[in-house]
Design a protein around this ligand. Structure first.
Ligand SMILES: Cc1cc2nc3c(=O)[nH]c(=O)nc-3n(C[C@H](O)[C@H](O)[C@H](O)COP(=O)(O)O)c2cc1C
Length: 220
């Protein structure tokens, strides 16, 4: 069968819809602390078997207000915020330098759930980046040196060459590259979305107050 035979029609695409019936959310059933609510949902997601359970979408924006998004891996979360690792000179690194705010988005389709987390983004300490970098496999550490993330390269062989160059340079110990490290998004709001029948979904938003969090229901 050629790809043309399998092409979905606009009508078929428009008819792809599901009823969401798995769970529900109310302002009184959620935990007063959004981090605890996140942890509860995260643990339920872990049990339901996702291929890349720590994947999340990170949206950033340039100083000029041009947004973009990409998937990164969540490497830690606690009351201080949500941590991911990357190249500080990448497009996201440049965005964050210009405009240190971002949004994280988790979509867990099996559970009919979405979580949106917004806040300021800061670099983690060098000590924290060092500790995480050391825990990565040798070849992933070399990869961090080899790739000038988000820059244009003529062909794949270019980064393979760089990779081999650093393999010769760092035979055992691979130091933390100066342009590589962690960021922490410090949440000022969380939104938990649970799919419900007839598109009347449940949305519960937490907004950070001087003390504690305000909890509100949003229209779907
Ligand atoms: C499942 C998955 C996990 C990823 N994890 C990371 C990550 O933890 N850090 C990272 O820098 N890029 C990660 N990437 C690659 C990014 O999506 C992106 O291509 C890269 O960071 C460059 O983005 P930028 O040009 O917007 O800076 C991942 C991609 C996928 C699909």
């Amino acid at each position: 069968m050629s790809p043309a035979d399998t092409k979905i029609t606009r009508q078929e695409l428009q008819n792809l819809r599901k009823q969401y019936t798995k769970s529900s959310l109310t302002t009184s059933s959620v935990h007063p602390e959004p981090l605890t609510q996140f942890e509860k949902w995260f643990n339920e997601m872990l049990k339901s078997g996702f291929y890349e359970p720590s994947a999340m979408t990170l949206a950033t924006s340039s100083a000029g207000g041009k947004p973009t998004a990409r998937v990164v891996l969540l490497k830690g979360f606690d009351a201080g915020g949500f941590v991911f690792y990357t190249n500080y000179k990448s497009r996201k690194g440049r965005d964050i330098e210009e405009n240190p705010f971002g949004c994280l988005l988790f979509y867990w389709d099996k559970l009919e759930r979405q979580i949106r987390i917004e806040g300021a983004i800061e670099k983690v300490t060098r000590a924290e980046s060092e500790a995480y970098f050391k825990s990565r496999p040798y070849k992933s550490r070399l990869g961090a040196w080899a790739s000038k993330q988000s820059s244009v390269i003529p062909e794949r062989s270019e980064i393979v060459k760089e990779f081999l160059k650093y393999m010769v340079k760092f035979r055992r110990d691979v130091p933390l590259p100066p342009v590589w490290g962690g960021y922490r998004l410090v949440p000022d709001s969380f939104e938990f979305w649970q799919g419900r029948p007839n598109r009347l979904h449940d949305r519960i938003r937490y907004t950070r107050q001087k003390k504690g969090w305000k909890i509100e229901r949003l229209a779907p």
